[in-house]
Design a protein. Structure first.
Length: 224
């Protein structure tokens, strides 16, 4: 059931830009009464697959993708959040914001403000040029591994107590977006496979219950 929930969520977010898939980490469980000869797999913990999704061109100057490692920093309602989804836009006051309205963080942590209606260019390091002057630099950070971050909604990450943000080595590509790294076909095949395994296990449980019931009935007859 845990596998089904993870896979169903991945399939539901196959079209979500920058989405990172959840995967299972399996271990073997042996019952306390077992002699060690029998065991069964269980999900010890899920983990986040941070591999890069396909980058495609949109020609929208506010669409940004990170080629390589890194996350865009944004100011969420309760503190900094991080995302791979560079589907940005300008608010009425000129702030660069996400589709949810969260301000995109500059390298100094402050929101980035541009002059609406004027051309701007964003370099690979996140620096923004507008009207021949530097208008700011987008914050792009990285973390040592997935253990330092946790998912916040479908497309954001928050930092755990042990994580430390460092400058990212990835390069920003303007006019492009990163797709989800969830393979729709792969997820659908795995979903069918897990559902079949679930049905087989359910049948085995039902068969075990019927055998126990039959054994109890036969013991009752012998006693009579």
């Amino acid at each position: 059931m845990e596998s089904l929930e993870l896979l169903a969520n991945n399939v539901a977010n196959a079209a979500t830009g920058g989405y990172k898939a959840d995967r299972e980490f399996y271990g073997l469980y042996a019952a306390a009464e077992s002699d060690g000869s029998s065991s069964m797999p269980l999900i010890e913990r899920p983990w986040i697959d941070l591999s890069q999704g396909l980058i495609h061109s949109t020609e929208n100057p506010l669409d940004l993708a990170i080629s390589g490692r890194g996350f865009f920093g944004v100011n969420g309602p309760n503190g900094p959040l991080y995302t791979r989804n560079g589907d940005f836009r300008l608010s009425p006051d000129g702030q660069v914001v996400t589709s949810e309205g969260y301000p995109v963080r500059g390298a100094d942590g402050a929101p980035i403000v541009l002059q609406p209606g004027r051309r701007f260019d964003i370099a690979a390091d996140g620096s923004i040029q507008q009207d021949g002057a530097v208008a700011g630099r987008i914050e792009v950070v990285d973390f040592a591994g997935p253990d330092g971050i946790a998912k916040h909604g479908s497309n954001y990450f928050r930092v755990t107590a042990t994580a430390k943000a460092t400058p990212a080595a990835g390069a920003i590509e303007q006019g492009k977006l990163e797709a989800s790294n969830t393979g729709s076909a792969e997820s659908a095949v795995r979903l069918v496979s897990v559902m079949r395994q679930f049905e087989m296990l359910q049948k085995a449980v039902n068969l075990g219950g019927e055998m126990n019931r039959a054994a109890i009935e036969q013991v009752a007859r012998v006693g009579n």
